[in-house]
Design a protein around this ligand. Structure first.
Ligand code: UDP
Length: 318
């Protein structure tokens, strides 16, 4: 007789990362219970799972009391708006999901004796004064600025996670996710990857904020999921950066999108949003040493796949 499957719960299951993580867990032989309130997630990201006997979806807001019958082995807390435009529009939900929501989901992990992975963020480092960013850096965050609702909520979530680990011995892990891209991002979510690809494909100028000298380092989603899956198997409890150290300026990124989409769109400079981090690059030595992990997908390859996804998406859009 085959062994009974382990059960994983994924919050934010219909989001970009939650849905890719779900696919990976199913491929690894887990039964998955996905939860999402669908504020920023989209059922389109999980419609391929309809009818899968190992998958259940519950439409639920994790800031509300959470009850699940049965055994749960692993919990991945990925629910949260993650795009600056989203969290500017829904700052209170953003604060609530990573504070009240994290508390509820940690409570579930404690009750079930399940391990817990928190999706944290490079935003914990704010507008960093240390570059590249190591996990030991405490960050430079403006708590009352427009990004404060996201950054401080995630910092609170990390503190709550460590407290559950220390006070209740919950087997917790924290992944600090750096800019990630790939299929299933929302075209209109405002983040730079879908924004520029969407503009290039629709024949509109590319909106570079500021002078485009700010930097980001982009990780393809399959690499990120690999790192997170490995971390979930580890017994390391402090935060671990997962991201791709391949750093570029936003202007270089815009030029790459113009070139790779074959569009002739000009670049249009727009005001830089308040508190926009000037630089960002993960130091991934810890992930390398701890998990034997490093990204494998080169920028051009990942971006080509992402452009192809958005081309199909726009073709199929009603
Ligand atoms: N950005 C831009 N044009 C856009 C969207 C974003 O120039 O249409 C810039 C933004 O100012 C930031 C970078 O691209 O410096 C990455 O922004 P994103 O919203 O993807 O996420 P962040 O890394 O700031 O959380």
């Amino acid at each position: 007789m085959s062994k009974p499957k382990k059960t994983a719960v994924v919050t934010g299951a219909a989001g970009f990362l939650g849905s890719h993580l779900t696919d990976r867990l199913l491929a690894e032989g887990f039964r998955v219970i996905g939860m999402d309130n669908l504020i920023t997630g989209n059922v389109r990201n999980i419609e391929h799972l309809a009818g899968n006997p190992d998958y259940d979806f519950i439409k639920h807001d994790v800031t509300k009391f959470l009850f699940l019958p049965g055994k749960v082995d692993r919990i991945f807390h990925f629910a949260s708006p993650a795009s600056p435009i989203d969290y500017l529009q829904i700052p209170i939900q953003t604060l609530k999901v990573s504070s009240l929501g994290t508390h509820n989901v940690l409570g579930l992990a404690k009750e079930k004796g399940a391990s817990f992975v928190l999706a944290s963020t490079s935003e914990c480092y704010g507008d960093p004064l240390e570059h590249p960013q190591k996990e030991t850096y405490w960050g430079n965050v403006n708590p009352i600025g427009p990004r404060g609702c996201y950054d401080e909520a995630k910092r609170f979530a990390e503190a709550m996670t460590m407290a559950y680990h220390r006070a209740h011995a919950v087997d917790t892990k924290i992944v600090r996710i750096f800019n990630t891209y790939g299929p299933r991002m929302r075209l209109e979510d405002g983040r730079v990857v879908p924004a520029f690809i969407g503009q290039a494909l629709a024949g509109r100028p590319l909106s570079v904020f500021g002078d485009g000298s700010q930097t980001r380092s982009f990780c393809y989603v399959s690499d990120l999921i690999e790192g997170i899956f490995r971390l979930s198997q580890s017994h390391y409890h402090e935060p671990v950066n997962i991201g791709n150290p391949d750093e570029m300026t936003i202007l270089q990124f815009a030029e790459a999108i113009v070139r790779l989409t074959g569009s002739r769109q000009p670049i249009e400079f727009k005001p830089l949003p308040e508190d926009d981090p000037k630089v960002r690059q993960p130091d991934i030595s810890l992930a390398k040493q701890l998990l034997g992990w490093e990204p494998k997908v080169f920028f051009n390859e990942g971006i080509e796949k992402t452009i192809a996804y958005f081309r199909d998406f726009l073709r199929m859009k009603p």
